[in-house]
Write a protein that binds this ligand. Structure first.
Ligand SMILES: Nc1ncnc2c1ncn2[C@@H]1O[C@H](COP(=O)(O)OP(=O)(O)OP(=O)(O)O)[C@@H](O)[C@H]1O
Ligand SMILES: [Mg+2]
Length: 322
């Protein structure tokens, strides 16, 4: 049964189409990933589905309710974890959860038990009475996730839930999110521009410039690309690219100072390439396909090169400094 149904959804800001006619469905219990670079339209879509923003055109149903006409019913059916944190430093973990329960009209007995359950799930039992201002980024995120679940929503929306967390905390938060589907019987709708994160979704919609450019399981998306990826760096990439096209009829993509090739059998191909190119090969490697390659394959661009991501910005600076 579909718990989310979106048809012909458009959101314009002035004449700019931030969401440009998207349609998709999410099945009950599914872990659905919405993957795209900065500015692709992920948060805008979530804001529409959670009734915070009015669509310009099109229709969306969440838990069977229309997001434009039945806002209240939609809101009762969903939990939200925002991209920007939304906790109050001067409250304790317990107070946050309690206020949320009261706000959603959850009977006291029910929310009391529920708070215990959720504090345990997100590993914050010991910190129940600590002020949020003493929490680390990861603890804050986990508390926000618990809060989003107090009223047993059918769908939990998570907008970049691990943004800004260090790698270890990210993995920890990620483990909680992954186990939620099983423990809580909740449909998860998650946005991210982190490829590794998206790998865990049942299905992924790849969104770019407000359009869904692919929607499938991670495994099927990777099949779009083929088998292996060969990355090669040569003394003269433009010349190498030309030769690769002429000799093997493979379209190499230039990303930073590398050529990226989609190849059936990478390990077999690399020595042949090194031998037969007229230009010197400075570095070469082969690996399996990732979702990053899928995005590159579909758009011709790298998802990480899109600008505002602090990590990619850092990478760029390092390159310039070299
Ligand atoms: N209120 C607004 N007014 C004008 N433009 C907006 C508004 N909100 C978003 N946009 C624009 O719409 C586009 C999509 O923004 P959105 O926040 O949905 O992207 P996103 O995919 O969530 O990106 P990120 O990964 O950076 O969070 C961007 O170009 C953004 O600048
Ligand atoms: Mg966003």
């Amino acid at each position: 049964m579909n718990v989310i149904e979106v048809k012909g959804l458009v959101k314009k800001f002035g004449s700019f189409r931030a969401v440009d006619n998207i349609s998709f469905e999410v099945d009950s219990g599914e872990f659905f990933g919405f993957l795209g670079p900065n500015g692709a339209g992920k948060t805008t879509t979530i804001n529409i589905l959670t009734t915070l923003l009015k669509p310009t055109e099109g229709r969306a149903l969440v838990a069977g309710h229309d997001v434009s006409r039945e806002k209240h019913k939609v809101r009762k059916s969903i939990g939200i974890v925002f991209q920007e944190g939304s906790l109050d430093d001067s409250l304790t973990a317990f107070e946050h959860l309690k206020f949320h329960g009261v706000f959603y009209d959850v009977p006291k007995k029910v929310y009391r038990a529920r708070i215990e359950e959720l504090l345990e799930i997100v590993g914050l039992e010991d910190r129940r009475n600590s002020l949020v201002k003493t929490f680390s980024g990861g603890m804050r995120r986990r508390l926000e996730i618990a809060r989003g679940l107090i009223h047993r929503p059918r769908v939990l929306f998570l907008d970049e839930p691990t943004l800004g967390l260090d790698v270890q905390t990210r993995i920890l938060v990620w483990d909680y999110i992954r186990s939620l589907g099983q423990r809580e019987d909740v449909t998860i709708f998650l946005t991210t521009h982190n490829m590794e994160e998206a790998e865990f979704a049942d299905r992924i919609a790849v969104i770019d410039h407000g359009n869904i450019i692919a929607l499938d399981t991670p495994a099927n998306l990777k099949k779009l690309v083929g088998k292996d990826i060969v990355m090669v760096q040569t003394a003269h990439n433009a010349q190498a690219k030309k030769e690769i096209k002429e000799r093997w009829n493979v379209e190499a993509k230039e990303i930073d100072e590398h050529l990226v090739l989609e190849i059936e059998n990478g390990p077999e191909f690399t020595p042949v390439l090194v031998r037969e190119l007229s230009v010197a090969v400075e570095a070469i490697s082969t690996r399996g396909v990732t979702l990053e390659d899928v995005f590159l394959h579909l758009t011709g661009r790298s998802i990480r090169d899109e600008g505002r991501d602090p990590e990619s910005g850092f990478q760029r600076k390092l390159k310039i400094g070299r």
